[in-house]
Design a protein around this ligand. Structure first.
Ligand SMILES: Cc1cc2nc3c(=O)[nH]c(=O)nc-3n(C[C@H](O)[C@H](O)[C@H](O)COP(=O)(O)O)c2cc1C
Length: 129
């Protein structure tokens, strides 16, 4: 009989248990720059355990795809570098980390856009709308 503490294979990962961290937007990146910093290292490290799997908060892949203040990105070198200590801290505890990527599209806001522009809009109206 399986239980939360039984090993399981999930895709490429051999997990030691089934207590997985769901993606949770925390908005703890360093500002300005939306760069993962010490608060995020602490947050993910606290939730990592031997054989575990953590899915990160949604992380924007383009500046226009940012959906919230202090939401982390991975669209420039400083952000990518900021993730390294997060990954290292999680790996040091024997867990895996999967980065959830997003682009929020038109649900962004002009205050988050480069130059205060409008968020990207859908390029074509869906049929019947
Ligand atoms: C504060 C908060 C932030 C969240 N951020 C994300 C996120 O960044 N990406 C995502 O896919 N889901 C996000 N979720 C959804 C959670 O992953 C989801 O609530 C969790 O998996 C439990 O599922 P349930 O709400 O259907 O019970 C968020 C939920 C909350 C409450």
């Amino acid at each position: 009989m399986s239980n939360l503490f039984a090993p399981i294979q999930v895709g490429a990962f051999d997990l030691g248990h089934r207590v997985v961290l769901a993606p949770l937007t925390r908005m703890r990146a360093e500002m300005p720059g939306n760069i993962p910093g010490p608060a995020m290292v602490e947050y993910y490290s606290q939730r990592a355990s031997q054989g575990g799997l953590l899915i990160t908060e949604a992380t924007f892949i383009s500046r226009q795809g940012n959906g919230g203040y202090a939401s982390p990105g991975i669209e420039d070198d400083a952000q990518a570098k900021g993730w390294r200590p997060v990954v290292d801290a999680v790996h040091a505890k024997g867990a895996k980390l999967v980065l959830q990527l997003w682009h929020v599209g038109r649900s962004s806001h002009s205050t988050l856009q480069p130059g205060g522009g409008q968020p990207v809009a859908r390029s074509k109206a869906a049929p019947g709308r």
